[in-house]
Ligand binder design. Structure first.
Ligand code: ASP
Length: 432
């Protein structure tokens, strides 16, 4: 086996973890040799390049994922009520999870552990981005209450798509476009739907290429981070508290929130039976970090062990895999607040609401693949005025958190399948 093949046989998350350790080491060596300038000029740019690549793919990814997810509803034309119910329940769950994430991020404040001197330095480094956004926020407050509509509806889609902070406008256009596809006669829309199917595969492959570069990106980002933070340990304790906060939030959603939802709306499903049946699925999601890869296992379990009808599961689960990401939405909220706290970006109440709104929408656009969140987070950060470089803080320790949130994501999909099936099992049966 040559070196390249040997490297490829190491799982990506191990490569990323090693990249993180290597980066820390590089940073420490740089600091002790007084070579901060070298790290800044020769190492950090590779990390910035990685972030740029993530930002590069974000607009096409969100657009194509949303169009494909919504236009896929066409296949189940007979089930339009089922479609609406499913979407509504998914939206409610995502909103609760994202709000819980905001609550956790604001109450635990993991980023507050970072030494204030360091925060002041970082504020200085990113002063232009942060103050630009503060000015924009002030301006917004002076405008009327309906001004947010301007942030959602673009006057020109090309310029919206060319600006990484206009993610909402891109989402708006994508939804409009996908709904129009649904309303056009099937023979006309088929080529468009097929085109987006293929495009989705291509974009996901591109995301795959970029994520493969993560180990190099993480090494560079970590090295730069250590020199930026001058080896200050408070950052690492803040990171540890951040990881614990995320883990706790995921466990609460998985073992308290979903059981409650099943108890209230899951009819005969039964909480114990649900948790027992889901355990192997959660383990599978945990090890693969991909809800897309876990989908067949989720389907099999939901149908065979939880008795959900095939009609319901074959619609609710694939749609859920695409749009219902409760773990991801909760995680993104905590991550954004953490990065804002570390970089000393003070968020006003209305900005926190924007963060909440953005995490709800962006988790919907997150692909169900390992590390799908990085791509989206880079863009959400920019759109809420937090320097995307802040991503460097959390990428290195993301894998275990990704494993946890993927388990939550698949559990949520299964819970909704049970609820829909139990509440009106006969209504959705295919009648042809
Ligand atoms: N890995 C997650 C999933 O597949 C997506 C993410 O949050 O990165 O569900």
């Amino acid at each position: 086996m040559n070196v390249r093949n040997k490297l490829r046989s190491i799982p990506l998350y191990m490569q990323i973890l090693s990249g993180m350790l290597l980066g820390i080491l590089l940073g420490i060596v740089g600091l002790s040799l007084g070579a901060e300038n070298f790290i800044d000029k020769w190492v950090a740019p590779w990390g910035e390049l990685f972030i740029r690549l993530l930002q590069l793919i974000a607009v096409p990814l969100i657009f194509v994922t949303l169009v494909k997810g919504i236009s896929g509803l066409k296949d189940v034309g007979k089930f339009s009520r089922l479609g609406m119910q499913t979407l509504l329940i998914y939206l409610c769950l995502i909103t609760v999870s994202a709000s819980f994430g905001v609550g956790m991020g604001l109450s635990v404040r993991p980023g507050a552990l970072v030494n204030r001197e360091i925060v002041a330095d970082l504020q200085e480094t990113y002063r232009s981005t942060i103050s630009e956004k503060a000015a924009a926020a002030e301006q917004t407050q002076e405008q009327g209450p309906l001004n947010f509509l301007n942030d959602i509806v673009p006057s020109n889609i090309v310029s919206a798509a060319s600006n990484n902070s206009s993610i909402l406008q891109v989402i708006f256009f994508a939804i409009l476009f996908a709904v129009a596809i649904l309303l056009v006669p099937k023979e006309k829309s088929r080529p468009v739907v097929e085109f987006f199917d293929g495009l989705n595969e291509v974009i996901l492959r591109m995301v795959g290429f970029i994520i493969r570069l993560a180990p190099v990106g993480v090494t560079a980002l970590m090295a730069a981070l250590v020199t930026d933070f001058r080896g200050d340990m408070s950052v690492f304790s803040a990171l540890a508290l951040y990881a614990l906060t995320v883990a706790l939030a995921m466990l609460v959603i998985m073992y308290a929130f979903y059981p409650l939802v099943i108890k209230l709306f899951g009819g005969k499903t039964g909480v114990g039976r649900f948790l027992r049946a889901m355990y192997p699925v959660q383990l599978f999601a945990f090890t693969t970090s991909s809800s897309a890869v876990t989908l067949p296992v989720t389907m099999k379990t939901v149908e065979e062990d939880l008795g959900v009808s095939k009609e319901v599961s074959s619609f609710v689960l694939p749609v859920g895999m695409t749009i219902n990401m409760d773990g991801t939405s909760c995680y993104q909220a905590i991550a954004i607040l953490f990065i804002a706290q570390v970089l000393g970006v003070d968020l006003s109440f209305s900005q926190i609401l924007v963060v909440l709104f953005m995490t709800i929408l962006s988790s919907i656009g997150t692909p169900g693949i390992p590390g799908g969140t990085y791509v989206i987070l880079a863009m959400v950060l920019t759109s809420v005025g937090i320097p995307a470089e802040g991503l460097a803080l959390i990428i290195g320790i993301d894998r275990p958190l990704d494993m946890l949130r993927t388990s939550v994501n698949v559990t949520g999909d299964a819970a909704v399948a049970c609820i829909i099936d139990q509440n009106d099992p006969c209504r959705w049966k295919m009648k042809n």
